[in-house]
Design a protein around this ligand. Structure first.
Ligand code: XMP
Length: 430
């Protein structure tokens, strides 16, 4: 790592990521670490120019206030304490600094250089990937989403033919999704791509499982097993590439905040995992991943493709998955995407999808009582997926989508629009 870094130590703040982003927006790299990092661990981080002790409402854990190891004050770089009464340093603040105060700390006091940019990040990562992988081979889960596509491009740049991409169709893909992954990566980018149709296997394992965390863990665990099987067939695979990004890690729980949900890249890994992981995007926020993709020369249609969670439609077919409701999610999602594209909203809205809950409501179809499922539409805007606002979709567009879903999708008699921002709701329902 050639770039200067400001380390944020999490002492119970809920604003760690906001602060990290603020610092990165100044062109200086920043990472969040747990409060109990040791002096030795801190020394292993390269080019640390300053430390922020970021206190806040989660500062009491198991009845005791959290604090840093006192030896950290001997590290020898400036320390800024925010809302952390116990700190032993000159500079203390009660709230997050404004831009001028932050600039003063980062540039004047810490003397950090504004050298955080995608060119440098890519150069760093290529060096690190080559050092980690050596002559080994990397197996990459290529879902076709932004994250895995950018990882694929980065790994191709770093290690070329040592990369083997595997696309697993877990039966929870969007309509025509697998077909387009094959078209783009196999036919256009000539990647070394293996296609595995594991639909029956995944749906079998998920049968009757209603708990969201358990569903995520089953899907994540099964994914790894499929890869292990592919790796055994291939021989000589030592590494698993993953499109893990920073919010996945942060939301999978910190030492001061409880788990929001375990992301399938992180919490779902089985304990008998046989691979070392290559996760070159794990310090990037979503908008930085896109910038990285553009810098690597990926087409903007791929880079600005809306995100799709690893567990796929599995977390949008709420409760225990059935093929009937899965079909309703897939078909309604395709209609939503078609109509958003027609209305020019596909470039404007960050993420939009449909959800089908596992209960029915009464309706009337063809002059007779019916008892069917509902489709919930969700359309949100965000920059980093950590918080989100609702898109005010034009009424006529909503009407057209509703009409089409009610006439074209089987077993659906009601369409609703989700008005909830994040927080308190997360973007996905499960
Ligand atoms: P939430 O629901 O946590 O979603 O507000 C934030 C963003 O992450 C996507 N998401 C995932 N991405 N693996 C992923 O790679 C996952 O398990 C996962 N779960 C949610 C979600 O679609 C949204 O863009």
């Amino acid at each position: 790592m050639k770039q200067d870094m400001i380390v944020i130590l999490d002492l119970g703040s809920t604003k760690n990521t906001d602060l990290a982003r603020q610092i990165r927006n100044l062109g200086v790299y920043s990472e969040i670490h747990p409060h109990d990092i040791t002096l030795e661990e801190l020394k292993h981080l390269q080019n640390v120019k300053g430390i922020v002790l970021n206190g806040g409402e989660n500062r009491v854990v198991n009845g005791a206030p959290v604090d840093v190891h006192p030896e950290l004050y001997q590290f020898g770089c400036p320390v800024l304490a925010i809302d952390h009464p116990a700190a032993r340093c000159e500079k203390k603040l009660d709230t997050l600094p404004d831009e001028d105060a932050l600039k003063e700390f980062v540039f004047d006091i810490c003397q950090a250089k504004a050298n955080w940019n995608m060119k440098n990040f890519i150069a760093d990562q290529i060096e690190q990937i080559r050092r980690q992988v050596g002559d080994g081979k990397v197996l990459l889960a290529l879902s076709g989403g932004v994250d895995s596509s950018v990882v694929a491009a980065l790994l191709i740049r770093a290690i070329g033919k040592q990369l083997v991409c595997v696309h697993v169709n877990h039966g929870l893909m969007r309509k025509n999704e697998s077909e387009s992954v094959i078209e783009v990566f196999q036919n256009q980018l000539c990647a070394n791509l293996i296609y595995v149709d594991a639909t029956d296997r995944f749906l079998g394992k998920l049968e009757g499982v209603a708990d969201p965390e358990q569903k995520r863990k089953i899907i994540g665990g099964e994914f790894i097993r499929v890869f292990e099987e592919e790796a055994r067939k291939l021989e000589g695979i030592d590494f698993l590439g993953q499109g893990t990004i920073y919010p996945d890690i942060i939301e999978s729980g910190t030492k001061t905040a409880q788990t929001v949900k375990s992301h399938h890249n992180v919490g779902g890994l089985p304990e008998d995992l046989k691979f070392d992981l290559v996760e070159p995007l794990k310090q990037l926020f979503k908008d930085e991943v896109r910038a990285c993709g553009l810098e690597l020369g990926l087409p903007s249609s791929m880079v600005y493709r809306q995100p799709f969670p690893g567990p796929g439609l599995g977390v949008r077919c709420l409760g225990a998955i059935t093929r009937e409701r899965l079909n309703a999610v897939r078909e309604s999602d395709a209609i939503l995407r078609e109509e958003f594209e027609r209305a020019g909203l596909d470039h404007k809205v960050w993420q939009y999808f449909t959800v089908v809950p596992d209960f029915k409501s009464v309706g009337v179809k063809n002059h007779a009582r019916c008892f069917d499922y509902m489709v919930i539409l969700r359309a949100i805007n965000t920059t980093d997926a950590m918080s989100a606002t609702i898109e005010r979709v034009d009424w006529d567009v909503l009407q057209r989508i509703t009409d089409r879903i009610l006439t074209e999708v089987e077993h659906v008699n009601r369409v609703c629009y989700d008005m909830s921002p994040k927080p308190p709701a997360t973007i996905e329902f499960e």
